[in-house]
Design a protein around this ligand. Structure first.
Ligand code: VG1
Ligand code: CO
Length: 543
């Protein structure tokens, strides 16, 4: 049987959010649901015809089924070559790299990131374009519009392959390569970092612990940290990818990574404690008795980047998402390079990276990466820190203290109110928005408000404008309060409140972030009437 056209009816909810289409597994299991969405991509991205397509996922439940469907549809839609990770596994940054390396026209990344997996959990798919970055807003909108009027999809059931065996198979007019998902990524990391020095650092007995959280980074961490850098096997925790992530929540932050915080603050702590998320694009960094907030991590890595082999040419610019702490901006100023502020979501960095204007980028949501890929990269951040430790010979706490002394410290927290009824979350946003016009000239948390608006971004490279990207109150360099709604959830609405306070006085560098930020949290609650409108006394998650 060759390619067939199957009639189908549209679903009206296939609208991608901050990072692809994410839904409950049972939503994806509805008849033709995935097929409709994939066909919408094929129809809106004709460049896939006759070209190479990369496919891989984070290994969660439904990954294999979805990949087989994607392969069968790629064949029916005229794709010349599919490259798929063995076992269906590719971390998000590894997939991005593979697209770039192979000159592929795009890739399907099957992941719902850190959201829990399993039959009751979440599933998701991202479409990345040539160059390795996520499809931009325009294309994403066209795909969504198309999905609402789709009538047929094409599939070729003969195009199938054993995902567990590395091989090249020809089916009809399409070639399928099942490749090791780690090889190319590991080679890329070796080109960026000083593996010899890192190996020495480990050999000297400096301890390190990396938690793969039973998600996709296990095989990557084992290969690089253990086999190539010589770390003891026990350095990598939960290294076997499981379809349900072992029942866990592979979101490396202060809540879901609490065991790592305890390890880092306990007796005999290793010098570097780290973790990544479900699809391998997030990272958490801890040292002995210190948690490095993602905004600080971006700033500190940027400051040290020119000492790492892949970045000897220096830093062209530093980019961060709007809610991310402005710590990196100080480093950009010191390096005399531009600092960019983009909306939440990695896709907004890609034009800057492509244009060579930014070298390193970061988000407060535990995302950091550089121009080596077009996605954030968890293991890259861990290796970058490892290399910094090996080069400086200093522990993380000392690096952080020196950094704060020089640049000042940005106290930072994100408060999430998860699973809210949509109308309650909207009401808070409206209440907060309603206060903005009156605020400039007034005080918030003892500081003068200099700007209060809704953030919109003008991409100077492609001229596009993204509006509606979060509400913010700015008190000069001193403080910010930001509020936005999450675009990645699958249940109810999540309100995110971001708090930032800057101090540079030597006596103000060692406070507890919760204490430093309490006045701003109280102000945000008052302005957005959060308690009153949501009935919640406290956030569900503080990171
Ligand atoms: C969240 C984060 C954002 C990140 C996105 C995808 O989006 O805030 O910074 O880029 O997740 O990360 P939102 O809209 O829920 O705030 V991942 O690791 O889920 O691909
Ligand atoms: Co992720």
């Amino acid at each position: 049987m060759a390619a067939r056209e199957i009639p189908t009816k549209p679903y009206l909810d296939q609208k991608p959010g901050t990072a692809g289409l994410r839904k409950k597994v049972e939503v994806f299991q509805q008849p033709h649901y995935l097929e409709n969405f994939l066909q919408s991509i094929f129809d809106c991205a004709p460049e896939l015809k006759g070209a190479t397509l990369v496919i891989g996922g984070d290994g969660r439940y439904h990954n294999r089924d979805a990949i087989r469907t994607a392969i069968a549809m790629a064949s029916a839609n005229g794709v010349a070559r599919v490259v798929v990770g063995q076992g269906g596994l590719l971390s998000t940054p590894a997939a991005s790299h593979l697209i770039r390396k192979l000159g592929a026209a795009g890739g399907f990344l099957l992941t719902a990131s850190h959201n829990p997996a399993g039959p009751e959990g979440d599933f998701g798919i991202k479409f990345n374009i040539a160059g390795g970055g996520q499809a931009g807003e325009g294309l994403t909108e066209r795909i969504h519009a198309h999905s609402k009027r789709i009538t047929h999809y094409r599939i070729d059931d003969d195009a199938d392959v054993d995902l567990d065996r590395r091989a090249t198979v020809q089916t009809g007019s399409m070639r399928i390569d099942v490749v090791d998902g780690v090889d190319d990524y590991a080679e890329l990391m070796q080109s960026l970092f000083d593996f010899d020095r890192m190996r020495d650092w480990i050999r000297q007995g400096h301890g390190l612990r990396f938690d793969a959280m039973h998600a996709v980074t296990g095989p990557y961490a084992r290969r690089i940290l253990v086999e190539q850098l010589g770390a003891p096997a026990a350095s990598v925790l939960n290294a076997t990818p499981l379809e349900d992530f072992g029942g866990g929540h592979p979101d490396p932050n202060l809540v879901y990574g609490k065991h790592l915080v305890e390890l880092a603050f306990g007796a005999g702590a290793p010098e570097l404690v780290a973790a990544s998320d479900g699809d391998g694009d997030r990272n958490m960094i801890l040292g002995r008795e210190i948690f490095v907030s993602p905004g600080d991590s971006l700033a500190m890595l940027a400051a040290h980047l020119p000492q790492l082999p892949g970045y000897r040419d220096g830093v062209a610019g530093i980019a961060r998402s709007m809610p991310t702490s402005r710590a990196a901006d100080h480093v950009a100023r010191a390096l005399k390079v531009p600092a960019f502020e983009t909306p939440t979501g990695w896709k907004f960095f890609c034009n800057l990276l492509d244009a060579g204007q930014a070298t390193i980028c970061g988000e407060e949501s535990f995302g950091t990466s550089s121009n080596h890929a077009r996605e954030k990269d968890g293991l890259w951040a861990v290796l970058a820190w490892l290399n910094v430790l090996a080069v400086t010979g200093k522990p993380i706490a000392e690096i952080a203290r020196a950094h704060w002394q020089r640049y000042g410290r940005h106290y930072y927290q994100r408060h999430d109110y998860e699973g809210l009824p949509g109308p309650a979350a909207e009401a808070v946003m409206q209440a907060f928005a309603g206060e903005l016009a009156n605020l400039p000239g007034q005080q918030v948390g003892d500081r003068d408000v200099t700007l209060a608006d809704e953030f919109s971004y003008h991409d100077r490279i492609d001229g596009s404008i993204a509006s509606n990207q979060g509400l913010r109150i700015v008190c000069g360099d001193h403080a910010r309060i930001i509020m936005r709604l999450s675009g990645t959830g699958t249940q109810g609405a999540t309100l995110r409140l971001y708090l930032e306070r800057y101090e540079h006085d030597a006596s103000a560098l060692a406070w507890r972030p919760a204490d430093a930020l309490a006045p701003l949290a109280a102000a945000a609650d008052r302005l957005g009437r959060i308690g009153e409108l949501t009935g919640r006394r406290a956030p569900t998650l503080v990171t």
